[in-house]
Design a protein around this ligand. Structure first.
Ligand code: DGY
Length: 326
């Protein structure tokens, strides 16, 4: 493609170097040099001035943002699998194609969930803080006892790609009994291969599980799915793990459940108002907090970027992008 005919693409955040290199080769790329979080005005400007946008979870692309005139952009190639930060109905109404980056981050996000489960059960964050504080006085049989993971029951809310990868790791790696609820479960042979036991309701999973891990998409139906009533159904010895999206958990209700010792602990990678974290959580030793690291490996972030660029390349070549969501 000649310089003049190359589509103009605004990328809202810095991307790993190999992705930015390809971006520069194939497109007239506008990179956010200092990696700041775009304002609504900048998003609107990009929609007016570029043929395509590569947004991320840190951009809120609302109907109002999309209501720019004239709208030049024709595609939003999201860098990430989750796209609840984009009003896809409004995007569709404006004739925009929206794509995401599934598959390539499944393993890393499943690893993240398992890491959080181990961290919260075995008090890893607390133990690390203890050593770094210089207050560790040495090994003793009663020091910092946690909760055993191997052989326990893991309850999965959602058995999509990432939920299945977590089930596989938990069952094959830790001999866990996996129970799940998914309103759209995978085919019976897939469930049987995972040795996962379906439950009719979310509540059935919560009552039985030693660990509850969330793997639902963020939709109006799943907002505050883990509310005060459902948290109260969990065992007082159970832990909640969230690597999906912050809005699935009512963070205020979670704080209350932890304060009342209704559950034993929580391990979170995502938050209702990222990057804001409800302050009470920061003070709790039985809570593990990570800064949305699910897909944060060099390999996967490059793969996500390449997948977003593949979607753009297909779109501008006149073919159907592989990961079109609307
Ligand atoms: C994803 O891909 O959905 C990650 O959470 C980052 O957005």
């Amino acid at each position: 493609m000649s310089g003049r005919s190359r589509p103009t693409v605004v990328v809202t955040r810095r991307l790993p170097a190999p992705v930015e290199q390809r971006l520069a080769q194939e497109f007239d790329a506008r990179v956010n040099q200092d990696d700041h979080s775009f304002t609504t005005a900048e998003l609107r400007e990009a929609l007016r001035g570029a043929d395509a946008l590569v947004p991320t979870v840190s951009d809120r692309i609302t109907a109002q943002t999309l209501a720019v005139e004239p709208l030049r952009a024709r595609i939003l190639a999201n860098f990430g699998v989750g796209y609840n930060h984009i009003d896809v109905a409004a995007a569709k109404a404006r004739g925009l194609v929206v794509t995401n980056t599934p598959d390539v981050l499944t393993d890393d996000t499943a690893d993240d969930a398992i890491m959080l489960m181990l961290m919260v059960a075995r008090r890893a964050g607390e133990g690390e803080r203890h050593v770094r504080s210089g207050t560790w006085t040495g090994w003793r049989p009663t020091h910092m006892l946690g909760t055993k993971v191997s052989g326990k029951t893991l309850g999965l809310i959602g058995l999509g790609r990432i939920g299945r990868a977590v089930a596989r790791r938990a069952h094959q790696g830790f001999g866990m009994h996996v129970v799940f609820h998914d309103p759209y479960p995978p085919p019976a042979n897939v469930v049987a291969d995972l040795a996962a036991e379906p439950k009719a309701t979310v509540e059935d999973v919560l009552r039985e599980a030693d660990f509850v891990s969330l793997h639902s998409p963020a939709t109006p139906e799943t907002r505050h799915l883990m509310n005060a009533e459902r948290l109260a159904l969990m065992r007082p010895t159970a832990f909640l793990i969230n690597t999906a999206r912050g809005d699935i958990v009512d963070e205020a209700a979670l704080v209350a459940a932890l304060e009342r010792r209704q559950i034993a602990g929580a391990a979170l990678d995502v938050y209702e108002q990222e990057p804001h974290v409800t302050p009470a959580l920061l003070t709790m030793e039985n809570v593990v907090l990570l800064p949305h690291l699910g897909s944060a490996t060099q390999e996967t972030r490059v793969a996500m970027g390449m997948r977003a660029l593949d979607n753009l390349a297909a779109f501008f070549a006149g073919s159907a992008p592989r990961d079109r969501v609307v």
